[in-house]
Structures are given as C-alpha cells and as structure tokens.
Design a protein. Sequence first.
Lengths: 254, 377
Amino acid sequence: MTDQNLILQCENVVMDYDGFKALNNCNFRVHYNELRVVIGPNGAGKTTLLDVICGKTKPTSGKVLFGKGTNLVGKNAEDITKLGVGRKFQAPSIYSNLSVWQNLDLSLKRASKGVFPTLMGQSSPAERARIEEGLETIGLTDHAHDRAGSLSHGQKQWLEIGMVILQEPSLLLVDEPVAGMSDKETEQTGQLLTKLSEKQAIVVIEHDMDFVRQIAKIVTVLAEGTVICEGTVETVQADDHVREIYLGRAKVAH
Amino acid sequence: MPEPERGRPDSRETVSVYVVGFFLLVVLPVLNVLPAEDSWLHLSDFRLNQFGKFLAFAILALGLDLIWGYCGVLSMGQGVFFGFGAYCMGMYLTLQIGTESVYGSELPDFMVWTQVKELPLFWYPFKSFFGGFFGAILVPVLFATLFGFLAFRSRIKGVYFAIITQALAFAAWLVFNRNETRLGGTNGLTDFKQLLGYRLSDPSTQRGLYILTVMALIAAYLLCRWIVASRAGKVLIAIRDSESRVTFSGYTPWMFKLFVFVVAAGLAGLAGMLYVPQVGIITPAQIGVLPSLEVVIWVAVGGRGTLIGAILGAVAVNYGRSVLTNYFPEAWPFILGGLFVVVVTMFPDGLLGMIRKVTDRHKPPAPELKADGRTAA
C-alpha cells in the first residue's frame, strides 16, 4: 500500500453521474518524476480522472492519495493547487486581457495569495528571475509584454504550461496539450514536457499517437472508467484487449 | 526585461489627470469668485454646485467600475450604498436644523407630523458630525461586507448576482419609503440649514463643499488606480477573464470580489455623503432600482474598465441630462436608454475608447495600449 516512490495513488475511484459511471473503480498510480501518458477512447474518463485529482469535481467514492498520503478527496481546488498539483486544461485557459508577463506573475508560487498580500506585494528580483526563466522555458521571451489574447493557439498552450510550472507543482496534469498544434509545435511541446519531467511528475492525456510515441515511457490505457492496461507503448499496442476496444478503432493500428 | 513593477498608466492619461484636476480644483472655483457676475468668464453658483453634484456621482461610478469594469461582477445595487451614505449625512443635517424647523420642535418635522414623540434610538449617533461622517462610510461598508460575504461565498455569479443586487435595491426602496422606518418616508430628508455651523444657503459653504468633493474624487481615483495597478488589480482582471483558472493559480476569487465590492460600497457611501449637503435633499427615489441602473449606464458610456472613463461617463451623462431635460423633459428616459443600447452595441469601450482610438491613430501602436485600454488604469 505505502510505496515510498508513489506521488499519486488513486484507489477505487468512482465518479457516478446519475447512473453513468465516468470512473468505475479506477486505480491509478504515478511515481515521482515520471512522465505518464493516459490514452483511451472518447468517454473513457480521462479528463474526469484529472478533474477528480485536481479538485474540480468530487468523486462519488474512492481515495486520491498524494505525496506522503494526503487524501485530496474533499479538498477544494485552491488548497490542492497549494499542495502542489498543477492543472493545464484542454482548451487554453489563460488571462487574455493581461500580458504574458502578468499571466506568469499571477501564477508564480508565493507564500500567500490572500487579498492583502496580493494588494501590497511587489515581486522580488528572485521572483522576476524565475518569471524570466519560465518565459525562456516556454519560448515566449520575445512576447513577454504582448497581450496574452493576441498569441497564437500553440503559444497560448505553452503559456498555460508556463503558468502551471511557475506554481512549482510536484505533479503536473496536462490535458491534450497538442490538440490543434502544427507538427513543429507538437514536437517542441514534446521536448518541453520531457524536459519538465526531470523535475516533476507529469500526467499527460493524449490522442495523437505519434506524440505519445515521442514522449511516453509508460502508457496507461483507460476504457469505460477503469484502467485496462499499463506498460510501454509497444506492450500496450501488442495487447489484444487494447486493440479490440481502442486501437482497432483508431487510425494508429500499425 | 524591465516589467514595471506596478503597471504604469500611460503618460498622456497622467498628464490629463493633472490638467483636469487643476482645472476642477482651482480654475472653476476661481471663475466662480473673481470675475464680475456679468462677465462671460463668470461661473454661476448654480453651475458650480451642479458640478459638485456630478463629481459626487463620479465617485459612485468609480466604485462600480472597480467591481464591474475590472472584476466583471455587475452590481445593480450601488444606489443602495449611495443611499446609506446620503441618509447618514442627511440624518446629521436634519438634527442640525434644531428649532429652525417649521414646527419649531427639536424633533425633525416629519416626526412631528407622523406623531413621533421621541427621537428614535438609532438617530442618536447622528447628533454629532462624526456620527454622520463615519456612519456614511461604515454603514455601507459593513452592509456590503455581510451581503457580499453571503453572496460571493455561495458562489452567486453573473446574472444571478445582478438580479439579487437589483432585488436589494428594490427592497431598500420599499423600506425607505415607509413612514415606520422613521426616515421621512417618501419625502425623505430635506430643508437642511447648516453643516458644522456653516449655513448651507451661503455660496461660500457650497464652494467649500464643491472643493471637498473634488478632493474626495481625486483621492478616490488615486485609491482605485493604486488597486488596479497592484497585483490584486491583475487578479481582478484575471477573474473577469477566467475565474476557474484563478482558482487553479491558487487564489480564492470570492475573497477578491468581496474586497472590491466593499471598496465600491465605501466609495458609494462617500459619494452619498457629499451629495446630500450640496443637493439639499435625499429621498427614496434616489436610491432605488432606477438610480442604481443609471450608474451602470454612466460607466458603460464612459468606458468600463477604465477609471477615467467612469468619471467621464458620470459627468457627461449627467451634464447631458441637465441640458436635455430643459428642452425635452419627457424624452430623457428614452435618450438615456437609447444611449445605453448604442454604446453597448457599437462602442463597447465607451467614450474613452473612442477618444483613445482617435488619438492613437497619430501614434505608432504601443503594445501596452492595445490591451483594449483595459490593463491601463
């Protein structure tokens, strides 16, 4: 039960939407500094799984243990964020009327994010250096003072990843980061995530199998709200059950 | 890459603020005092007083702009907080009438004719100026804290919040209209004589009140500018843009909303307090649903999300009203409604947005300014 190397353990998580079980006794484990890819057909419960972990929705039953055994179920999203879980949403979710710099500045991890510290607070040189470092990581240094709403789709996705990493999460949840990106942007995103996984655990939901092959070491296959297979890309693709329910229907069965 | 620590409003704006501030604070009162009455430079007591009223409204508009323009939370109950401020000062002024009243009684006239024999207890604090002064700020602030806590804590948002604040305005109007509330009923409080010993009928008293109003407006503007330029001001815009993301950035949105709602209520109370001695009357008609809605129109017309726009809108719409109601008194509600529709559909950035568009044409576009004028103060 208490594997020291696990950052996340979802145990028998059930998410019941009026009879439809989006998650059905889902057991899902992630190690520290691991880059895990979750795949599965539409409606398999991938996004719901992330929603449950980050506190966006409360599961019907089950436990979500984080780090040294903190149960995340029942905590609100702000507190889970403070504990070190970062969430990148599927559609770019950024502050379009603020500059790229301001987006990152707001996201930066700070001792207190209450009203009055935020009202009085000034960034220290160290904090500004961290924002600049973040800008470099996501390749938006030249756009620091642009309005975030004016960025391209791919840049917005990177900005949101940058916002999440400045929160210094120990677990990063990323939902379909490359949807709508060009091939080049997809590849850059892959490199970015691989680099980030040196420092933190990352869970990526993805459909694009080329991208999965680029970044994945271990892939988890989700179907009908439960984990049906876990292993390397090759193992998973060789699995008959997976072929039957998932790969058989997708374009990637080669 | 030097990002200004606190977002600097653009320099043209700062310059125009100095110019307008000097004009309002020094030039207008001087034009009222120095030139001979028949000189074309002379500003009549009536006009100066009227300006004082508009500028008090501008303080009210600044508050709404903070909560609606920046944070995206539409409050249709700002008239209530304005009314609380106005009534608190009005109660002090009423008690200052003393035996100069029509019935010559120590009790306010309306109490005499509604057969109230003794001053109700809640009137006692308003025997002193400090009661009226602090009450005018604290009553709206405390009420907004309670109301805002209940509403924002239960995550009431968007149109639902707008509706419950409108319901609040209606409820307040009903309560203030009742004689049993002991606040003068439909007739409100009026016939004031003096403030701290100064006769209100004296032009110099009114000039003093005008100057106080300008100073209060400048202070309110600086306070709002400080808030929107701080990181908390960016959080407000972030809440407007994407509230759920704010939660996942580690902030608690409802606390920020509560904070600006309370600041806006305090400013509304201040505006009400300054309005009463200059206008000389406060009635429930000034605090209900319609007056609360008008504030929304001022801000929309001036340019929401820009502090200068809120001030400009309040003054322009009220000036327009004073001119147009002379010529077409019945048409004013239609003009006001039409103005709102035209602005919202065709000029979402209001008067200030139009001014910026025209002036920016002569300059190479600066990225900071292209932000819909929304990140600047």
